[in-house]
Design a protein around this ligand. Sequence first.
Ligand SMILES: [Zn+2]
Length: 135
Amino acid sequence: MQKYTFFMINKGNKLYSIMNGSCPRCHEESMYINNNSYVLSDTLKMHERCSHCNFKYRIEPSFFYGSMYVSYGVGIAFAVAAFVISYLILGSSLMVAFISIIGTLVAFAPIIMRLSRNIWINLFVHYDKTAAKTN
Ligand SMILES: [Zn+2]
């Protein structure tokens, strides 16, 4: 069970599952074995199935390879944010802006990887009220 929620997003909203990494079908359990994505050995370790609704996360073999497409887009979003903050808001030089982009991508890599997986699985799996209630 997740103890926290971001931005007051309720269960049933796809963003809840994406932000919390919870089961895309019932939103009741975390997909990840370790809730801290910065424990690097555990960043991509996931449960085989949801303990609440028994949903199998790896829908097909190497399902999560597809999340690499998503991570490209998510990475761009972080890079653009880093550029806007350093170059446009803080008025840094282009070189410093470039370094801050690299630094941001490295520092947020675990979050980017998990976000991508969460978005990827949520493209295919939708919230199921009855799955949330059973068990
Ligand atoms: Zn579930």
